[in-house]
Design a protein around this ligand. Structure first.
Ligand code: URA
Length: 210
């Protein structure tokens, strides 16, 4: 396994992902499970957030407690499926700042082009967590991270539900400094760019558009 990749193999994550993969799982259940998984995965992806000690007083005595330090983290959703990760993550990190990156393929150059880009200020001082449920070819995640680096982001990690080996390899080539946290590393991409076995189109499944 590439050393920039972490698979969250917790039984609860795996159990919920299996239900999400099933074709018969309805939209509302899919969305609810995605919210729950995003919270479980958030433990892994935020493991090294900076902390500081501060003096507090309990009902019994004074002590030093641990709190988050520095600028609030930034969550960056790659539209549209990334939005499925946001609510659960924001339940856990309510002070996080949120950004959105929209990319579409230019039909002539076949390269991802941005159609929307709105991100929090001071990315250079924040832990930046990019969320994109399906890491397929890796081209849109890599392009989004290029844009974020141009805005100053340095401490970046990518959180995905399911990855294809092709996407992990592409990210490793383009952004070897960006750790990737996933719930599953699947077998391959098919000729249409879907992850196999995968779960289908994550956006369609979470928003009920098909
Ligand atoms: N995007 C999806 O939503 N699903 C895939 O399998 C690949 C890319």
């Amino acid at each position: 396994m590439p050393d920039h990749l972490t698979i969250v193999d917790h039984p609860l994550v795996q159990h919920k992902l299996t239900i999400m993969r099933e074709i018969a799982t309805p939209t509302a259940t899919f969305r609810q499970l995605l919210r729950e998984i995003s919270q479980l995965m958030a433990f892994e992806v935020t493991r090294d957030l900076p902390v500081t000690m501060r003096d507090i007083e309990t009902p019994l005595c004074k002590m030093q407690g641990i709190g988050l330090a520095g600028h609030d983290p930034a969550l960056i959703s790659i539209l549209r499926a990334g939005n499925g990760f946001l609510d659960g993550m924001l339940d856990l990190i309510p002070s996080a700042r949120v950004g959105f990156v929209g990319l579409e393929r230019d039909e002539e150059t076949l390269q991802p082009m941005q159609y929307y880009f709105k991100v929090p200020q001071h990315l250079d001082k924040r832990t930046v967590i990019v969320v994109d449920p399906m890491l397929a070819t890796g081209h849109s995640s890599a392009a989004a991270i290029d844009l974020l680096k141009r805005k100053g982001a340095r401490n970046i990690r990518l959180m995905c539900l399911v990855a294809a080996p092709e996407g992990v390899a592409h990210m490793g080539e383009k952004h070897p400094d960006v750790p990737i946290v996933v719930a599953a590393l699947d077998d391959h991409l098919n000729e249409k760019g879907y992850i196999v076995p995968g779960l289908g189109d994550a956006g369609d499944r979470m928003f009920g558009t098909k």
